[in-house]
Ligand binder design. Sequence first.
Ligand code: BDP
Length: 600
Amino acid sequence: MLKPRAGTTRDLIDLDGLWAFALSDDAPAEPWMSSLPTSVEMPVPASYNDVLADQRVHDHVGWVWYQRTVFVPRGWDGARIVLRVEAATHEGVVYVDDTEVVRHVGGYLPFEADITDRVTAGEEVRITIGVNNELTNETIPPGAVTTGPDGVRRQMYRHDFYNYAGLARSVRLYTTPTVFVRDITVVTDVDALTGIVDVVVDAQGGEPADIVPRLTLTDAAGDVVATADETAARLEVANARLWQPGDGYLHTLRVELFDGDTVVDRYDLPVGIRSVRVEGQRFLINGEPFYFRGFGKHEDSAVRGKGHDDALMVHDFALMKWMGANSFRTAHYPYDEAVLDYADRHGIVVIDETPAVGLNLGLGGGVHGGGGQLSFTPEMFNDRTRDAHAQSIRELIARDKNHPSVVMWCLLNEPDATEDGSRPYFQPLVDLARELDPSRPLTYANEFRASFDNDRVVDLFDVICLNRYYGWYQNTGDLVTAAARLEEELRGWARTYDKPILMTEYGTDTVAGLHSVLVQPWSEEYQRDFLDAYHAVFDKIDAVVGEQIWNFADFQTSAGIIRVDGNKKGVFTRDRRPKASAHALRARWTAAEATGSETS
Ligand code: BDP
C-alpha cells in the first residue's frame, strides 16, 4: 500500500486541523446526513480523550463523529480521487456527503476509498468520519465492554496503555491518474559489493499492452545506477552504498508508466539497500552482527494522547541519538508511517509490531487483569480473533514492507505461550507472515511465565525476544537475586535454542525526583542500578544481541492502583526530561557507539 505523495502526476492535501466533533449520544442518528449540530471542535491528528476538560468525552465508549467540509480543487477534474484515513482507533466509517464510502476495523493502520464518483472538482463536499473505540474478544487488541449498575458502559482491556481513540493521524485527500502505480514491492539484498533490488510493480487501470513501465534507480546524488523496463525486475548496483544502522543512505526508485511517449504516472519510492539475516545466535545487518541498543516506546504525550506530532517525533529521535540508541520497537502497535520514514532517513533500526497485545489471561496482577485462565479457547481468543490478527499482519506488511529501517516483524506482545492452544493460534499467523514477507525475520515478545522449558511456540520464530522484570514485579528490591535469576534464565535459553536473544523489555517504575541512598524501588537510583545489573548479565552472554529498555518515556495507562497517572518506567518523563538512568545509559551506549562494538 503506497503512501500518498505529491508529484508530477499526483496531488495531495492533508485535511488536518479542526473538525466538528460530537459523541454519538449527542449526535443525530445519521450524523452524516447534515451538518453536525455541535459547537465542539476537535483537532486532527489527536486522540480526543484528553483534549477537552470533559469526563464524558474522556471515558466515552462507542462511536464519536468528526465532520468537516472541503473544496475539491478545481484542477482535479479527470483524476482518480482517494480519501485516506491514516488511522481510526479502533473502527472507522467514512461518509462523503450522504454516502458511506469505506469502513475499517483495526485502529493503527490506514484505509482508503476511491471517491472519484462521489465528488466534483471545484465543489465543496462534506466528510463525516465515525470512530468507535470498543474492543471485544474478537478485536486486536482485545477487550470487553461492561455496563455498570449506573447504566454506564466501560471498556476493559488487558494492555498497559491508555485506550486512546479518535483520529490520531492525518486524514488525506489525494489524486492519482486513472492509469496508475497501485503498489510497489521492493526487497533488497547484498551480494559481496553488489546491491540487489528486486522490484515488483502493480500497475492498474490500463491495458497492460498499452502501458510500458520504466524503473529508474538513482543514488542520493541523483545519478542513475540501474534501470529496467519491466514490472518485475532485479536491479543490480555495483559497489552500492548501503543503508546502515546510523547511516540512513537512501536511493530513489522512480517508477513511471508510459503510454507512448507520455508519462501517465510516476511514483518515487525511497529505497535503502541492505540485507537482514539471522544466523545461529547472530542478527546480521549487511552481513555484520548487529547489537540493538534502545527502547520499547509508545505513541504517547500529554493532551494529544496518541496524536502524531512532528515536533515530538523529531525530539524523541534526537533524545535517542543523544543517548547513543540505535533502535526501538513500535510497542504495541504500528506507529504513524512518518516515524518509519524518519527512521529510514536517519538509519535507526525498527522492530515493527502488530497491535496484538493482551492475548493472555494467565498474567496475574492488576496491570493486565485476569490470572490463571486459558486464553486460546472458543469463548476467549478464538478463530475470529485470529482472523482479525491475520488482517492486522496483512495490513502491517502491506504498509511497511518497503521501509529499510524495519528489520523484523513482531507478531505479538506477551501472549500466553504456555498453553496447548497457543500453537494452533500462532502457527497460521507465522505462516502468513512468512508468505507475505520471506525477507524479514519474525519474533514475538515473550513474558516470563513461558521460559525456555515450557514455551510452546518460540521455535516458530527466528529471534527470541524476552520481556523480564526480575527486581521489579519479581524479587522487588533485590537486585542480587534478580541478576542471578536473569543470568540463569538467559543461559537456559542460549543453551536450548540456537537463536539470538533480544531483551525487548526490562525496567522499573521510577518517580522523577525521588532519590535515595538506600536500595529503594521507585527511586531514580534504583532504576539506574537495575539497568546496570541487567547490563552486567547481558555482557556475559554471547547470545544476547540487544537491549531495549521499557520504556523510553513515561506514558498514560488506564486508572489502577499500581499506576500513578500512568506507567513510570520511562527513562524520560512524559514531557521528555531525563531521569538519572538516562545519563548512565548514555555513557554505556555512546561508549559502545564510539568503539563500534555492536556485539556484546
Ligand atoms: C509488560 C508489557 C508492557 C507493560 C509492562 C509494564 O509488555 O506493555 O507496560 O509490562 O508492566 O508486561 O510496565
